[in-house]
Design a protein around this ligand. Structure first.
Ligand code: ADE
Ligand code: ZN
Length: 322
């Protein structure tokens, strides 16, 4: 058990963190039929494509600023209870537009949830705007422009998620250039559904400080060495990887090998209820199934705070809480 450890999370998608009970109450509120994506208190999907469809359906149950405030506060309260002092949540203004909620109202609701959770539990949180790769380069540029120009001090990073097998990384360089020029922290999903080449492309073309997943770098020893040399931080999500079949089980997961090779790694839940996980479970699995000691787990938490998209004063304060 790792209940006693302080924790930090850099990689969790807000709409992927909806507790099934909350999805159900939202569905009742908006009279939405849930059988296609929610059965017996669990989300229903078979593979990455059907996972994305279920994710979109759940996102469609949140339609107002207050809905998003409630979701954000609910997630962060639970995270704080498991010992987390810091959280970065991935938000996609595209999902807000889909339900007719403007990006500003969406981010305002999320900010309200963050402030309420911080007041009650002390948890610190920042927002990373995500562009959805499967919606194409123009939409991803739209999301980057929004992140760059929204002026909300809690929005400190930019990322691209979604269907990694669509489009080339080079199609999205402009979006990331816009976000970087605006001073946002840069991270990108790579090396999850696609292999080591996707991680190399991300490093060469996007120059991120962090990579979402990145775990399939393990297929190329020279790339693992490069990640270690360059100090790029991996947002590793073992439970997600095993649930999606990226690796057969935790014994086959490369977290231990990446850590041993000197790659900076952190633990994350990705889309916790979809993958039957939580940040607490990720720490427990790393301890019990992968044999990481408390000292090593604390090192990962420190790595996460070191790579957080926060100002230096906040980083110092967070480090002092570990
Ligand atoms: N969006 C939500 N979860 C994701 C994942 N694991 N990979 C890519 N895009 C996502
Ligand atoms: Zn993710």
């Amino acid at each position: 058990m790792t209940r006693h450890l302080k924790k930090a999370e850099l990689h969790c998608h807000l709409e992927g963190a909806v507790p099934p009970a909350l999805a159900l109450s939202q569905a009742i509120k908006y009279r939405v039929e849930t059988d296609a994506f929610l059965r017996d208190g669990a989300y229903v999907w078979r593979d990455f494509t059907t996972f994305l469809a279920a994710y979109d359906a759940v996102a469609g149950l949140f339609r107002t600023e207050s809905d998003y405030a409630l979701l954000t506060e609910t997630y962060l309260d639970g995270l704080a209870t498991s010992g987390a002092v810091y959280s970065e949540i991935f938000v996609s203004p595209d999902h807000a537009e889909t339900v007719g909620l403007g990006a500003d109202a969406y981010v305002a609701g999320i900010s309200r949830g963050i402030e309420a959770a911080r007041a009650r539990t002390g948890i610190e949180c920042r927002v990373v705007v995500v562009g959805l790769r499967h919606r194409g380069p123009e939409r991803v540029e739209w999301a980057a422009r929004y992140a760059a120009e929204c002026g909300n001090p809690l929005v400190t990073g930019f990322n691209m998620a979604g269907e990694e097998r669509l489009g080339a990384v080079s199609d999205f360089v402009r979006a990331f250039d816009m976000a970087r020029d605006a001073g946002l922290g840069i991270t990108v999903h790579a090396g999850e559904l696609c292999g080591a080449a996707s991680v190399r492309d991300a490093l060469d073309l996007i120059r991120p400080a962090r990579i979402g997943h990145g775990v399939r770098a393990i297929e190329d020893p020279a790339l693992v060495e490069r990640l270690a040399d360059e100090g790029v931080v991996l947002e590793v999500c073992p439970g997600s990887n095993v649930a999606l079949g990226v690796f057969a089980d935790f014994a086959a997961h490369p977290l231990r090998r990446l850590h041993a090779a000197g790659v900076k790694v952190t633990l994350n839940s990705d889309d916790p209820p979809f993958f039957h996980t939580s940040l607490q479970r990720e720490y427990d699995v790393a301890c019990e199934a992968m044999g990481f000691t408390d000292e090593e787990l604390n090192g990962m938490t420190k790595t996460a705070i070191g790579a957080a998209f926060v100002d230096e004063e906040t980083r110092r304060r967070l480090l002092s809480r570990l």
